[in-house]
Structures are given as C-alpha cells and as structure tokens.
Design a protein around this ligand. Structure first.
Ligand code: PLP
Length: 381
C-alpha cells in the first residue's frame, strides 16, 4: 500500500524516548522546557508553551484571550472540526468565513465583509473576541491582509498553524503573526510527538496565563504550588518532548523532502484535469498535505474513486471538513448549501494524495497514473 503518510521515526528518536522512560521522570519537566526553548528560537518568538495537542492549544489560546460565553470568534469555514469546536467549548459562537478557491485559506475580503456586517450593530461587533484563520494544509494564510483588517478593528488574531510548522510568508513564520499561534505534533504533521501541541506568543501576560491554564491553574512563577485559577491538565510528557527534540532536528530535512515531492506531483499533474495546490506569492508552504481539486464532474464519484485507488494499493482521502455543514454546526445554526459557496465546491472536489519523506518518484508516477485512470472511469458517461 502506498500510504498517505508515514512519520519519520528513526533510531535516534527511539533512543531518546527510551532514555527518558528509563529515568522514571515522565511528566512535564526539563525536556519539555528544552523543547519549548528550541521551538521559540526556531519560530523567533518570546514564548513557546507545550501542551498535549493542538486542540488543547487552541482551547487555551481562546481562554487566555478571555473568550467568554456569548462571545463571537470569526473562523475559516474549511478546517478540521477542532478549529471551531474549541469556540463552542468556550460557550462562544463561531462566525464562519468562506475561503479562497486556490489556497483554501480564509478569504480576507470575506473577513472584511463579515466585520462590516457585524459592525452594523455595534453590540455584535463588541462581542467579537478573536479572529481564527488556519494555515490550511501548511499553506500560509494571507496574514498581511488578515492582520490589517484585524488591527483596524482592534481584534486579536489566533493562528491555527496546526499543519504549518516551518511554513513562512514574506520571510515570517506561519504562527508568529497574530497574538497567539497554535501548532500540532500529531503523526500526520511534518514532525510528531505522537500527540502534542504548542502555543506561541510574544506577550508575557498571555504566556503566564497559558502556563497556568495548562497545569491545573498553578502560578508558573511561584516557588511552590499555588493554585490561582481553575485550570486543566493539558501538559506534554517528558518522553514526548524528548521525541520532539530529535524530530525538530530533522524538520528542515523533512520539509525539503516534502517540497521536492510536491514539486514532482505538480509536474506530473501539469496540463491534466486535476488541479494542483496553489502557492500564494511570497509563501513558502510545508505541504502537510498535498491536496488537489478534481474536475467538478468527478465530485459526485469521489468516494468511489477513493475506494478504487485503495483497492489498487493507493491510500487517498478527502481534503478537510466543511465545518458549517457538519451535523453539529448545521443543526445548531441552520447552515445550508450556498452559504459558503467556495467551501462547498472545494470540500466536494478535494483529494489528498500520499506524501511523506520515503515516497519514491516511481510511487508518485504510479499514484498520478492510477488517479488519471480512476478519473477516466468516474467521468465515463
Ligand atoms: C487545522 C487543524 N487544527 C487543529 C487540529 C487539531 O490538532 P490535534 O490533533 O493536535 O489536536 C488539526 C488536526 O489535524 C488540524 O488539522
């Protein structure tokens, strides 16, 4: 089977984890602190706070910004459901914004329209506590435009950079533009700690709150345990951090390999009916996923196409989720097809191809050849 993804776990990763397990000191400690320092340096930020996964990172980011019941958080429509779930978990309400058809990221002009609409009733605008764009599949969102709009209204930005560690735009790392940036170390990301997450910020006040919130509400600066707020146990373990450190040392190599394979797919797909992912000017993506668009006529047959490819030994899947049209959000807020037309189209036509460091040129040619065969069947009248 040509797998969708294979994490790059090597002998030094295994040795690092084994060494920590043998010490018997397993929960958040010096290795977590070292992992945080290394990531803060890599991303050029003042603070990096490791947590148990990116869902926890996003949840704490919103709580640190004081998102409260009844507040509004503006969020892209096309993402993994964790991105919007955390808003609901704060008892706040997501306001979804449609995406760009080529990068699949939040469309700045739709964001501006949404804020103008909310500004028509001053009370609604006053309830907007954060803007939450996503660097979808590791392609940087248009942060200069999003930050300019956010700054105009004085609203803080939380970047969901779950898939985007190492991605850059105009030379600046994805995740390091807004008040807060959140990352994931799930095995489908470039580097992994099994489960794992990170929040970065330059603001000392937010960093202090985040460190308290991830650790049962303990004052992170106090000499002894002092519980100053209700908090969670969202900590990362020592053996995960040890794995994170050995993985981080390989990140640039892994990203380079992913880019090389993405370029090869681009060439193999050139001139065909399958549309490769776009890269915005000035953006350096990391290709957490290589997501293509099938021709519109193939959308209805996409499930069969994925099944056929699987039977032929090629693992593919959809892109990500149309969050407003998932059962929960549709039932709660009454969204309908047409409310987010670009997300409707991208959700229906997207297909993720296998991409990992050990994928060979022959396997890529096989993936594209079989995809074109399957497409010919899907499009047969
Ligand atoms: C865009 C996005 N945000 C958040 C998450 C949640 O990350 P985690 O699995 O680390 O909780 C994911 C997971 O895939 C994601 O793709």
């Amino acid at each position: 089977m040509i797998r969708l993804t294979i994490p790059s776990i090597e002998a030094d990763d295994l040795a690092a984890v084994r060494e920590v397990l043998a010490t018997g000191f397993l929960v958040q400690g010096p290795r977590v602190a070292a992992f945080e320092r290394a990531l803060a340096e890599y991303l050029g930020v003042r603070h990096a706070i490791a947590v148990s996964n990116c869902t926890a990172a996003l949840h704490l980011a919103l709580l640190a910004l004081d998102v409260r019941p009844g507040d509004l958080v503006i969020v892209t429509a096309y993402s993994y459901t964790a991105t919007a779930n955390v808003i609901e978990l704060c008892a706040a309400q997501p306001v979804f914004v449609d995406i760009q058809p080529d990068t699949f990221n939040m469309a700045p002009d739709r964001l501006a329209e949404t804020l103008e609409r909310l500004a028509a009733t001053r009370a609604a605008l006053g309830r907007v506590r954060a803007i939450l764009p996503v660097h979808t599949f590791g392609q940087p969102a248009d942060m200069p435009a999003i930050m300019a709009i956010a700054d105009r209204y004085g609203i803080p930005v939380v970047e969901d950079a779950a898939c985007a560690l190492g991605a850059r735009l105009a030379g600046r790392p994805a995740g390091a533009w807004g008040a807060l940036g959140c990352f994931s170390f799930h095995p489908r990301k470039a580097i992994t700690t099994g489960e794992g997450g990170l929040i970065v910020t330059d603001r000392d006040d937010l960093a202090w709150r985040l460190r308290a919130l991830r650790n049962h509400g303990q004052d992170p600066d106090a000499a002894g345990p002092d519980f100053v707020m209700p908090g969670f146990n969202y900590r990362l373990t020592e053996f995960q951090a040890a794995l994170g450190l050995t993985q981080l040392a390989k990140l640039d190599r892994i990203i380079a390999a992913r880019r090389e394979r993405a370029d090869r797919y681009d060439q193999l797909l050139a001139g065909s009916a399958v549309q490769p992912p776009a890269v915005a000017p000035g953006a350096v993506p990391v290709y957490q996923s290589y997501v293509v668009l099938l021709p519109p006529a193939a959308a209805a047959g996409r499930g069969d196409l994925i099944g056929r490819l699987r039977r032929e030994g090629i693992e593919t899947t959809i892109g990500t989720w149309h969050m407003p049209m998932t059962t929960y959000f549709r039932a709660r807020y009454g969204y309908r097809p047409g409310d987010f037309p670009v997300t409707d189209d991208v959700f229906a036509r997207s297909l993720t191809l296998p991409l990992h460091e050990t994928l060979t040129a022959e396997e890529q040619a096989q993936v594209v050849g079989r995809l074109h065969d399957a497409l010919a069947v899907a499009l047969r009248p």
